[in-house]
Design a protein around this ligand. Structure first.
Ligand SMILES: O=P(O)(O)OC[C@@H](O)[C@@H](O)c1c[nH]c2ccccc12
Length: 449
């Protein structure tokens, strides 16, 4: 852990007199002659042309140096918050002003220190390429026609009340760097449907291709297949652009990893999520990350990952450890829902994290590996938790409608006939794609729940 905190910490004293910080290491004068000693061999015009060219080169260098300085500053801020993951390889400043010492660091800085750092570096490159193909402006246009998002936290709470167990976020996961391929015959839509039928409250869909064999196509296909559970886009977010992209592809929630993102990014990204109607699941793994996240206003869903993404070690007592004492109390006060993530295989594991205080769990491996992943859910909980799911008798809702009342009533009767039960109006409204609350467009007003 120590020694990974900042650029500075990787430096070995090279000179006996104190060295300035790398941020202040850039020489003041950038007008180095790129071709030293050649100056007076050229006629006057060529010298002018050469000077103009040199000044453009210098400007570019200066810009690169500025970018590098900003990046280094960002890394230092992140390191001061205990973030060990470097967002990009610290390849160092433009070569012409680095000394031999920095040049050595430049090579060291090109090797990721662990798998999470490797994934993040890879993601950074991937996202910058995707952004070029689909700039934010075009994503924003697609959002004009996007259907409303579904209430991720509401679905977890509802499932928790309905079953008495933590609400299940079932993960559509083909592979992982630590466990390899989990399921060969992988049909994401079939798995998603089986999970929904088996009682999952929400689904998590991995979208990283390189390390998890997931994709945004999977997310989109599941959304378009009529699955009603809210969907979590399981991504390594390093840029706010990805949040817009996830929304366009049908996500209702997105993962933000505190081991990767500094506080300011989490604040800014949770605001973007709110603006887009998405829920942010902010993931932590240790006490320091938990404390950072608890200090951020507006976080309503926190995931405790029992897997250390740097070493792959899994320990479900991590959930308990992070919920003990004042942290647990603060979480209750703030009415934050906590999700126990990873390494949950048996009814005992579920009982253990529930006892620790979680209201939801995120499970992949143990259920995706079963021949019927829906039945895998009953095995995991030791009980069928699908009862009352989606078409069960829900809360009584008093509402007022105007123009669409006949259509809604017909829909209520049809559904009741089809499922042999009365359908909660909230479910209708959700099924019909209307928003709860006052909606002038659809003329629905929920008066009482
Ligand atoms: O397959 P498991 O051990 O049940 O874990 C699921 C989920 O928690 C895990 O996939 C996960 C949790 N946080 C992540 C962040 C990135 C990638 C994957 C994850």
């Amino acid at each position: 852990m120590a020694g990974l905190t900042s650029w500075r910490s990787t430096r070995v004293p090279f000179l006996t007199k104190p060295k300035p910080s790398p941020l202040h290491h850039r020489p003041n004068n950038f007008s180095m002659n790129p071709n030293p000693g050649a100056g007076n061999r050229f006629p006057v015009t060529s010298i002018k042309a050469q000077q103009a060219e040199a000044s453009t080169v210098n400007k570019e260098d200066e810009l690169k140096a500025k970018e590098w300085e900003v990046r280094m500053l960002q890394e230092e801020v992140a390191a001061s918050q205990g973030i060990r993951i470097r967002r990009r390889p610290p390849t160092g400043p433009p070569v012409h002003y680095v000394g031999p010492f920095e040049f050595r660091i430049q090579n060291e800085g090109n090797t990721p220190r662990n798998i999470l750092e490797e994934i993040v570096w890879n993601k950074d490159v991937e996202v910058s390429q995707m952004k070029q193909r689909k700039p934010l402006s075009s994503l924003k246009k697609s959002l004009d026609n996007a259907p409303p998002t579904r209430d991720f936290v509401g679905a977890l709470r509802e499932a928790n009340h309905r079953t008495g167990f933590p609400g299940l976020i079932a993960e559509v996961k083909k592979a992982s760097p630590s466990r390899g391929i989990l399921r060969e015959d992988f049909d994401p839509v079939e798995i998603a449907k089986a999970y929904e039928k088996g009682g999952a409250a929400c689904l998590s869909v991995l979208t990283d291709e390189k390390y998890f064999k997931g994709s945004f196509e999977n997310l989109e296909a599941i959304r378009n297949a009529g699955v009603k559970c809210p969907l979590l886009c399981k991504e390594f977010v390093v840029d706010a652009w990805q949040i817009f992209y996830a929304r366009v592809k049908g996500a209702d929630a997105i993962l933000l990893i505190a081991a990767v993102l500094p506080d300011l990014d989490i604040k800014y990204m949770t605001k973007i999520c709110k603006m887009l109607g998405l829920t942010a699941l902010v993931e932590v793994h240790d006490e320091r990350e938990m404390d950072r996240v608890l200090a951020i206003e507006g976080v309503e869903l926190i995931g405790i990952n029992n897997r250390n993404l740097e070493t792959f070690e899994v320990d479900i007592s991590n959930t308990k450890k992070l919920l003990e004492g004042e942290r647990g109390q603060l979480i209750c006060q703030k009415d934050i829902i906590v999700v126990g993530e990873s390494g949950l295989f048996t009814p005992d594991d579920i009982a253990y994290v529930q006892e620790a205080g979680v209201k939801a769990v995120l499970v992949g491996e143990s259920i995706v590996k079963q021949s019927d992943p829906g039945k895998g859910i009953s095995g995991l909980f030791g009980k069928d938790i699908s009862f009352g799911n989606h078409f069960g008798v829900g809360p009584k809702v008093v509402f007022e409608t105007w123009s669409i009342q006949p259509k809604l009533e017909q829909c209520a009767q049809d559904n009741a006939a089809a499922h042999g039960t009365s359908i909660p109006f909230l479910t209708f409204i959700d099924l019909l794609g209307f928003e709860c609350g006052v909606s002038s467009r659809n003329h629905i007003k929920v008066l009482e729940i």
